[in-house]
Design a protein around this ligand. Sequence first.
Ligand code: AMP
Ligand code: GLY
Length: 421
Amino acid sequence: MNVLLLGSGGREHALAWKLAQSPALAKLWVAPGNPGIAEYAELADIPISDHRSIIDFCLRHSVSFVVIGPEAPLVAGLGDNLRTMGILVFGPNKAAARLEGSKGFTKELCARENIPTAAFSRAQSRDGAFVALDDFGVPVVIKADGLAAGKGVTVAMSRLEAEEAIAAIFEEAGASVVIEEFLEGEEASLFVLTDGEAILPFGSAQDHKRVGDGDVGPNTGGMGAYSPAPVLTPELEALAIETIVRPTVEAMARMGSPYSGVLYAGLMLTADGPKLIEYNARFGDPECQVLMMRLEEDLLELMVATERGRLAGRDAPRFSCESALTIVMAASGYPGTPQSGGAIRGIHAAETTGARVFQAGTRMEGDTLVASGGRVLNVTASGASVHEAQAIAYQAADAIDFPTGFFRRDIGWREILREKL
Ligand code: AMP
Ligand code: GLY
């Protein structure tokens, strides 16, 4: 089978590495990819927003299966467009990708289906939002919805901070806002594969969102992660699937927009049990990197079974009982404007530790690998414990010569503290 994987980050490098191990794979194409991915695949220079060119490419190169890495093409309906042409896809259609694309859609679904999540209110105007704010204490969580989604999430510690976040969101025409009760607890990520009916657990992870050691500073896309997340015990995982994931998958099917692909549930483990923070319609980045390090099955076969609606009756995919941990090396300036063009050397030496270096924001400049994005490398290792995986990953990270980069020194700290107890 000829496969086209879309995306260019560390997530896609890990997916390409795993897909390349599949006996069913004939040829792997990746668009647009990066120099690390080029080791396993042929790169195609197609912008992933250009659906017409992607379809033409598939027809020209007999690609029968497309794996969509990031959320933007899913939300834009690339899945629908490919399926219309008879091309198989890993990833949900546009209507199902609303679980990630529209926070309001997901919150309303949760309300209808009695799915545990933060109490919320949705407002279409600044003044309406200020009135709605009266129903919440502080801290309170302010999220942009719809067109203004780029503005992200603010955990406001005071009414004033909440009003400022709301005002900023409504600077954009057509904006709407979701106001949420602040949930207290530890966050964990749960992944499942679903074909629209059957649900298979697909591992857990915890990430580190803040840029600095000790979880301080601005939010990022993730500075590191590890899998599994032992705080999500088998009992809590089963509870989250039964109270959150299954009612969601069933509701999507009833609405005529069944969800096919990987569903990533961001959970808050509260004193009242797991509650949904948000859904993502794709693998997390860098969570995918640690999941792929542990997956002991044929990824391509699992993805094709998902698309063909053949998950019913299957056992949950097997993962190594080892821990995997990944450290994100970022370019200085991230998550603001990252410094581009800094040289990277020593990846090969780093990998002699047993770690694996997935590339994210990299490109070749002549013969030199250089940084070309915010998150640049994901130094990933496995071990008998998070502590052991961490030691190997940092040994590898220290072997990399990337003077314009930086990374956190404490990835995995929560779990390592617990391991010591
Ligand atoms: P989201 O974009 O919805 O994932 O939110 C980003 C981050 O904000 C989450 O990973 C949490 O750390 C935090 N967050 C979002 N919603 C809540 C909430 N209701 N209570 C507490 N923290 C939240
Ligand atoms: N690491 C969080 C995400 O991929 O959304």
